[in-house]
Write a protein that binds this ligand. Sequence first.
Ligand code: ADP
Ligand code: TYD
Length: 204
Amino acid sequence: MRGKFITLEGIDGAGKSTHQSWLIDHLRARGRTVVATREPGGTPLGEKLRELLLHEPMHLETEALLMFAARREHLERLIRPTLERGDWVVSDRFTDATYAYQGGGRKLDMDKIALLERWVHPDLQPDLTLLFDVPPEVACRRLAGTGNAPDRFERETEDFFCRVRAVYLERAAGSGGRIRVIDARKSIAEIHKELEEIIASISK
Ligand code: ADP
Ligand code: TYD
């Protein structure tokens, strides 16, 4: 049986990395073999593209094309083979992030993103997407608390993140249940309880 493909989304600072490691431990404790990965990245070439994407100024269409180039590699080398052998994939971001960041944040024509999506993965969508939703000011405070140097995206304005968040929420509303919105202002313990219930419901 094919494994499940779970993706984590949300604006920077929403808590994806925190919940990804908990989720992986939780799934492994339930006997699943899980591969944890991320976008952009997840393969040796993808990680090189990630470096460029996070730090090198570029045209917004170059940015979208490189996101999908890294994704093409990720699908071929890691996502599809893992799912085909029956293991699960948990990825920190996937194509919803391109709609939200390049489409919403950078205002790239959504039709161009849809075209790339049909080219790169016409027949594959995540089985479940966990959208960690927080107001940008909360995320910004959390990121400031980590003390890490911000990358090209994390330096964007509050307005940019409001647009990113709005596209994520719109996509969730139109996703037919694939995208589950989680109020990420809640405590980490409350969120984990909610994740436990969601995972139990898809594991049946
Ligand atoms: P992301 O991967 O979405 O950018 P992180 O998981 O790195 O976000 O979280 C950013 C910071 O916020 C970390 O210091 C983390 O401990 C903290 N954090 C995450 N979730 C919560 C939460 N629900 N409540 C309070 N702090 C949180
Ligand atoms: P992320 O892994 O969330 O960063 P961090 O390791 O700092 O938590 O994601 C890297 C950045 O890439 C993030 O700001 C969002 C951006 N991104 C896009 O703009 N489009 C995309 O398609 C993807 C996958 C990521």
